[in-house]
Design a protein around this ligand. Structure first.
Ligand SMILES: CC(=O)N[C@H]1[C@@H](OP(=O)(O)OP(=O)(O)OC[C@H]2O[C@@H](n3ccc(=O)[nH]c3=O)[C@H](O)[C@@H]2O)O[C@H](CO)[C@@H](O)[C@@H]1O[C@H](C)C(=O)N[C@@H](C)C(=O)N[C@H](CCC(=O)O)C(=O)O
Ligand SMILES: Nc1ncnc2c1ncn2[C@@H]1O[C@H](COP(=O)(O)OP(=O)(O)OP(=O)(O)O)[C@@H](O)[C@H]1O
Ligand SMILES: N[C@H](CCC[C@H](N)C(=O)O)C(=O)O
Ligand SMILES: [Mg+2]
Length: 471
């Protein structure tokens, strides 16, 4: 591709790729130079040009010598648009999901529903890039814009026609998932998380709202979980964009959840759609999983899926890795569940999902991650104290922080917690004391395969450890 084809002029220089990290620049690369949290990308412009960058997308006041300066006051947005032109074509139908909790579950369920409808579908998010054949992890929920666009284009080349991706608030704030047309965008919920990055709940919500004000196609659709305090605001922003709004939930209109009754292996849902009632046996437990399943169904319907067939397909959803995953049953007969709850609201949702299934005690093992929002720690402790019968506070991913200090902040919110820093020992202790009527919940790390301690990632898998401890 010629630079002129990207910029709409007659520049003849060939463009070979895009990069936002100067170490990935090769001759012919378009380099994006943005001020970040730790570095100012503009400092690397000379090095990028030295490595052969053909053009640099940067703010108007940046200094660019020896390459074309594509000046824009919103350089990240401009870079995304240009990179999308370079990487196109993409799968014909793309949808995005934002919200504090439920993004991974919803994109994965959307992928499954599309597949059941006969489409070649993929999902992208915390679990990596998932297709019918394989799963490749990327490290971040929303990888950087270059990785994202090249992954999505790669899926199109493999024949994928439908892709659902997670739009995290960091990703939205940094324009990491833009450029391709988004046929529908979904909102799951808003509660406390990531205030270390966004500062206030208002700024956090504003980042999420970008999906509806800037990213979703103006003629597209917004699927909004209706039972959240900010749902109305999200719908309003989407309507102002020109998107069709489908409200989903107990207060929904497109899909209204009339009732939800737990069964032994899942729950019976009655959903009203198009004036008709549909009874669905969802093979997953917990109100939160029903919510995510409905939002996923909303996305499929918004992009052309047939209502009745889509709702009936919910009965065939497979569990999402690390989300209320039953790892093992202890020798005394207590089920041990692993869940990715790492916010106060998610912890509440996970405990609420399991409580109806416990005749005895709910024994909770959890901690909080380092280098992340500190204020959520005592709030998570308070949820644990209020809702669990026995609480063991342990380490999550301490990252660069002192694990004992993190645990103290969690325990601040609990009164009668047992503190066992070593996560394996904590899981073993919970399993050791669980009686036949009890349920053990290990929360916070879900599908994660490692524990981040300082700069090290030590192999750790809650499901595997629970199985070992139950032997
Ligand atoms: C806080 C945050 O989101 N940081 C991400 C962000 O960094 P940044 O833009 O602030 O970048 P920076 O490190 O200050 O560097 C500025 C610019 O200089 C460039 N640079 C930097 C150094 C260098 O030698 N050469 C160079 O060119 C960088 O590529 C960047 O473009 O962009 C980087 C490149 O894409 C990311 O690697 C980095 O993720 C860090 C590792 C991270 O931990 N992010 C987490 C918090 C995150 O994003 N999490 C969410 C999960 C949210 C959820 O699901 O709940 C996610 O979407 O994964
Ligand atoms: N709709 C929901 N409402 C409340 N809690 C939820 C909901 N969906 C998921 N959760 C909780 O959040 C946890 C993480 O779910 P999931 O991975 O789907 O969310 P996510 O938004 O992708 O999270 P992350 O921000 O880490 O990427 C679950 O294990 C569960 O405890
Ligand atoms: N995407 C989330 C994952 C948190 C997982 C939890 N185990 C932790 O380390 O805090 C984040 O980056 O905040
Ligand atoms: Mg996720």
């Amino acid at each position: 591709m010629r630079l002129g084809a990207l910029l709409g002029d007659d520049r003849a220089e060939p463009v070979t790729g895009f990069a936002i990290d100067h170490r990935k620049v090769a001759p012919g690369t378009v380099f994006g130079a943005f001020p970040g949290q730790r570095f100012n990308g503009e400092d690397f412009i000379p090095a990028a040009v030295g490595s052969g960058a053909v053009a640099v997308v940067a703010a108007p006041d940046a200094q660019v010598d020896g390459a074309v300066h594509i000046a824009d006051p919103a350089p990240r947005a401009r870079f995304a648009q240009l990179a999308a032109k370079f990487f196109a074509p993409f799968p014909e139908t793309a949808v995005a999901v934002t919200g504090t909790n439920g993004k991974t579950s919803t994109v994965e369920m959307t992928r499954q529903l599309w597949r059941m409808a006969g489409h070649h579908a993929a999902s992208i998010g915390t679990l990596g890039v998932t297709t019918a054949d394989e799963r490749v992890t990327t490290g971040l929920t929303t990888p950087d814009i270059v990785t994202f666009l090249s992954n999505v284009a790669g899926l199109a080349r493999e024949g994928v026609t439908h892709v659902a991706f997670e739009a995290s608030s960091h990703g939205l704030d940094q324009y990491r998932t833009e450029g391709l047309p988004v046929a529908a965008a979904a909102f799951t919920n808003l509660s406390r998380d990531h205030l270390d990055y966004h500062g206030t709940m208002e700024a956090y919500l504003a980042a999420k709202l970008r999906l509806f004000s800037d990213v979703v196609s103006p003629g597209g659709a917004a699927v909004v979980w209706a039972d959240d305090p900010v749902s109305g605001q999200v719908a309003e922003v989407a309507r102002a964009r020109g998107a069709r709004v489908l409200m989903v939930g107990e207060r929904g209109d497109a899909l209204r959840l009339l009732s939800r009754a737990p069964t032994l292996l899942g729950q019976a849902l009655v959903i009203e759609a198009d004036g008709a009632e549909h009874k669905v046996m969802l093979p997953l437990i917990g109100a939160y999983q029903a919510a995510n399943a409905l939002v996923a169904a909303g996305l499929v319907i918004a992009t052309g899926g047939e209502v009745k067939a889509t709702l009936q397909a919910l009965a065939r959803l497979q569990p999402v890795r690390g989300r209320l995953e039953r790892a093992v049953i202890t020798r005394t007969g207590a089920p041990v569940y692993v869940d990715y709850a790492h916010t106060p609201d998610a912890l509440e949702a996970a405990i609420a999902a399991l409580k109806p299934h416990a005749q005895g005690r709910l024994i909770l093992v959890f901690g909080a991650g380092g280098d992340r929002d500190q204020g959520k720690r005592s709030e998570m402790g308070a949820v644990a104290a209020r809702m669990a019968d026995r609480v063991i506070v342990t380490d999550d991913n301490p990252r660069s922080e002192d694990p004992a200090a993190i645990r103290r902040m969690v325990i601040d919110g609990v009164r009668d917690a047992v503190e066992i820093g070593d996560r394996r020992e904590a899981i073993a202790a919970a399993i050791g004391e669980a009686g036949p009527a009890d349920i053990v919940l290990v929360a916070g790390k879900g599908h994660e395969q490692g524990q981040v301690v300082g700069d090290l990632v030590l192999p750790f898998d809650d499901v595997a450890v629970a199985r070992e401890c139950a032997r």
